[in-house]
Design a binder for this molecule. Sequence first.
Ligand code: GLU
Length: 318
Amino acid sequence: MTRSPRLAAVLLMALALVAGACGADDPAIDTGAGQDATTDTTALEPPEFEAGTTMAEIQSEGKLVVGTKFDQPGFGLRNPTTGEVEGFDVEIAELMAQGIFGGTQEEAAEKIEFVEAVSKNREPFIQDGRVDIVVATYTINDARKEVVDFAGPYFVAEQDIMVKSDNEDITSAEDMNGETVCTAKGSTSEKNLRAAAPDAEVVLFDTYSQCAEALTDGRVTAVTTDNTILAGLVQASNGEFKLVKAPFSDEPYGIGLEKGDDAFRSFLNDRLEEIMENGEWEEAFAGTLGAIGLDTPEPPDIDRYGEGGDTATTTTAA
Ligand code: GLU
């Protein structure tokens, strides 16, 4: 090589800029395995699906409609500059889309219409056919399984508490008794809060970003929901808030889909297993939640409850 180290550095920077600006749709640009490289360059063959399946319909329409959060840093946050939603849930949705349409993740992403979902409208969005799937920090539980189905889990969070940084009074879930505590309508966080601190004065909003504003204003003393959502809000607060780190529930996140669509659920579970095995899940996590300081965990085992006539509710070990 005759290039000077300085020139090489400039070229590398230029390449990084091009990759950053244009994504990775140019196969000549290898984004490598860097932690921020969440877009894979591998192009998949478009699969052939059995006629009449949801996958075949979505593929022929050329569009996947996904409900996700627009105000949750790390999971689904609308970038005010680009208008694009970004985060781990968005990456998971894109990787599912890639499994349906083939091509690269970036190409598949262009075929997704993201619709803003809040906690309380996720089941209705699925039931009304407003969206094909919901990927929105959506806990799998039996009550929800009465009306929708879930692929996954693809991540397991824990409910925790966020307070102002100088608050030394709340160090456990019980300490929320007698305090004004904010969470979102229609969330498991609300149910868990009422069970863990029955004497808390519960303040409900549609979103956790509204709860964070109420914490800033002093309208509430604490905000409770999944630790991962709170981690994003803490990071965005520039030292104003802190995480109490007293987790009091498990929140396995699933991809919500229409109840009874077993072929679609099996497909999504297969695709989740594929990305968990080939490193794309890890890459997506590191590039999104990793950037807000979370260590990449082992992916959870998929729960194929009731699939193929099997009534077991737990999955086989990985
Ligand atoms: N994961 C919990 C739920 O699904 C809380 C987070 C949220 O509301 O999105 O209800």
